[in-house]
Design a protein. Structure first.
Length: 129
């Protein structure tokens, strides 16, 4: 069984994680920091953006997949997953200080999608939807 929404969402998440890792690598190279963060604020912010993504994305991808398997995704699931990805990109820029509202947008979009997925999951299990 192919889960097109989950597959596209997971691929997008890996791409964002790759981009976040590249940004850390660029900061390491430009600041000449091989191991750790060297107390460099730019690198610390980029590392936290990637770590936060790693904390938020995996469980969200799993929940999207489970909702899709349950047949409850409908037309809303793919756009909701896309908003999550866009929010996480905003979060990365917000963490660096280039987009002040970005951090909040990223966290809000993540939390909202996660809450929706939780509710859909629980209601599905209870047979309410």
């Amino acid at each position: 069984m192919i889960l097109p929404t989950t597959l596209c969402f997971a691929a997008a998440a890996v791409l964002v994680n790759f981009w976040l890792g590249m940004r850390c690598g660029q900061a390491r190279h430009s600041e000449k920091i091989s191991i750790g963060d060297g107390g460099n604020e730019k690198l610390i912010r980029r590392m936290r953006a990637q770590a936060n993504f790693g904390e938020q994305a995996p469980l969200t991808v799993i929940l999207v997949g489970l909702v899709e398997i349950a047949g409850k995704g409908g037309q809303w699931l793919a756009p909701a997953a896309a908003v999550f990805i866009i929010g996480r990109i905003c979060h990365a820029f917000g963490m660096e200080g280039n987009f002040g509202a970005g951090r909040g947008i990223g966290m809000l979009t993540s939390m909202l999608l996660q809450l929706v997925l939780i509710v859909v999951g629980v209601l599905t299990v209870l047979g309410k939807i």
